[in-house]
Design a protein around this ligand. Structure first.
Ligand code: SF4
Ligand SMILES: [Zn+2]
Length: 308
């Protein structure tokens, strides 16, 4: 099993980022649990790198090497919101853990909370093991509701420990119980084809089992992410036969089956999924179908093509 130092040594260079500017922001739409379409402003904050070093993670590429300077996060939020339209939900994704005090300094909380007054929901990312009283206090002070997005990745008993996530199925369950007992909503990030799950059928099964487990823990929404190469480590694992990129049809299958559970919202990450495609004829239509299914939360007729 590889440790954090070994994983870091294999990384390519990080991108040059500015602590006063978010590295990306966008406006999107997503249905809520009642099926009503919500307008969302999503800001990808530039902050200190996550303290965990998961094997498959590439989020460190747009992070700072040291602690985030005080007041920088508010500047970034203002920078993005000055250019974004109105919305009722905001996602503040910081490529790590919102409640890591070195990523988002707690001294910034009051001004951030004030700036978010008009939003009825605030969604942040946080590792399950870092979900504690700070989340409850932050939620209490928000005008809207807090939702915490946590990486669950997979519940496969041999794979999860090998991802270096330092998370067990039980840790996730305990965090979910804690957050839901305090009225905080939750979403889970779940991987399709994590490293060490190379058989397509098995990988599909474990993704669906993981979605089911997340819903059983009280999560409102599961976001399925096709595991990508690109962080140095994943290329090596691929060469060694320990990682196989998922197919587009596998992503379609896990999405359809997870929606059939009818236990909550299911989204697939359709951003930058060109690497899943083997066929230029049907790719765009299939990607559009996934986007429609994200919005409508129901299965659409499959796209016919001679390639599958
Ligand atoms: S906890 Fe999340 S952000 Fe941190 S290394 Fe793991 S996948 Fe990346
Ligand atoms: Zn095709």
């Amino acid at each position: 099993m590889l440790d954090s130092n070994e994983i870091e040594k294999l990384r390519p260079a990080r991108n040059i980022v500015n602590p006063d500017i978010p590295f990306h922001f966008l406006h999107e739409q997503e249905p809520d649990v009642d099926g009503n379409l919500q307008s969302i402003n999503t800001i990808f904050l530039t902050s200190k790198e996550c303290a965990f070093k998961c094997l498959m993670c590439d989020l460190w590429k747009n992070t700072l090497e040291g602690p985030t300077p005080k007041a920088a996060i508010l500047k970034q939020i203002n920078y993005a919101l000055n250019q974004l339209p109105e919305a009722n939900v905001i996602k503040l994704y910081n490529s790590g853990n919102f409640f890591d005090q070195k990523s988002i300094p707690p001294s910034d909380y009051p001004e951030i909370i004030e700036r978010l007054r008009s939003y009825k929901k605030v969604i942040v990312e946080n590792h399950a093991k870092l979900c504690g009283q700070a989340c409850v206090d932050f939620n209490d002070q928000l005008n809207g509701n807090l939702e915490i997005a946590m990486g669950l990745e997979t519940i496969h008993p041999d794979v999860l420990p090998r991802l270096n996530k330092q998370l067990s199925q039980e840790d996730f369950k305990l965090a979910a119980q804690f957050l839901s007992s305090h009225g905080i909503d939750m979403r889970a990030f779940i991987l399709l084809n994590p490293p060490f799950l190379t058989d397509e059928k098995e990988s599909i099964e474990w993704t669906i089992k993981t979605v089911q487990f997340a819903f059983d823990c009280g999560v409102d929404c599961c976001s399925i992410i096709p595991t990508r190469p690109g962080n140095g480590m994943m290329e090596i694992l691929q060469e060694q036969g320990h990682y196989v990129p998922p197919s587009l049809s596998a992503l379609e299958e896990v999405f359809e089956k997870s929606l059939e559970l009818k236990q909550g919202l299911v989204f697939v990450d359709s951003w930058d999924i060109g690497f899943l495609s083997k066929c230029p004829h049907c790719f765009e239509a299939r990607k559009n179908r996934l986007n429609q299914m994200n919005l409508e939360q129901k299965k659409y007729q499959p796209i016919a093509c001679s390639c599958h």
